[in-house]
Design a protein around this ligand. Sequence first.
Ligand code: MG
Length: 261
Amino acid sequence: MKIVHFSFDGKVKYGVLNGLTIQEIEDKPFRHIKLTGHYYQLEQVKLLSPCSPSKIVALGLNYHTHARELNLLVPDAPLIFLKPSTAVIGTGDNIIYPSVSARVDYEGELAVVIKKPVWRVAVKDAMDYVLGYTCFNDVTARDLQNHDKQWTRAKSFDTFAAVGPCIETELEPNNVVVETYLNGKLKQQGNTSDLIYSIPEIINFISNVMTLLPGDIIATGTPSGIGAMYPGDTVEVRIEPIGTLENPVVKNGLSKIAARV
Ligand code: MG
């Protein structure tokens, strides 16, 4: 099942996508999914980020190929960092290039969406707390990441967390191809079978640090092939069967969040 979050005629709703048709659901998709009799055509609506996380927990260095590319040792525990909820954008939204950076990179990733509150879950029970999976672009100001002693600034600009286009609930996450395209050219191609820490291990590890809430996102790390993007580029993260997360990169602009301030 593909869960989408969309706006239509000024109202924001959740629905289930079947082909090009969306069937609206009642309320949010986390507890039960109750379909309504209201239908929309995909072309009529604006897709939004498929969930509104209270936080994004992201993995650094979680693919063997990426560790080799950077000539780094495999970490002896998952390396986690946070991205703020204010960085979230959906498919089609602009990634705004900050004026203080001269090197902004794409990082295509498979993301996990949490279904219900979870704290200190065992590895064997962790998958019970997963609603589904989505595409994620962990946009990173690489020059600032290298300059600063820690990663918060580099990872946290408004528009630096692209999520979408849907939450796919029926995905086997252990053997999924994650691809990133820049202006239509393939730049990253990894398989989640190459993950250093598996999804249940990651959920176990993070939930022993912090409570995860419905809609929270775990970005599972990026495969090899990271690289720069510039204003005027279009970046896509493609994961079948989830779909394509596509975002233009622009030089100037105001995020939707900042525009409301
Ligand atoms: Mg990343």
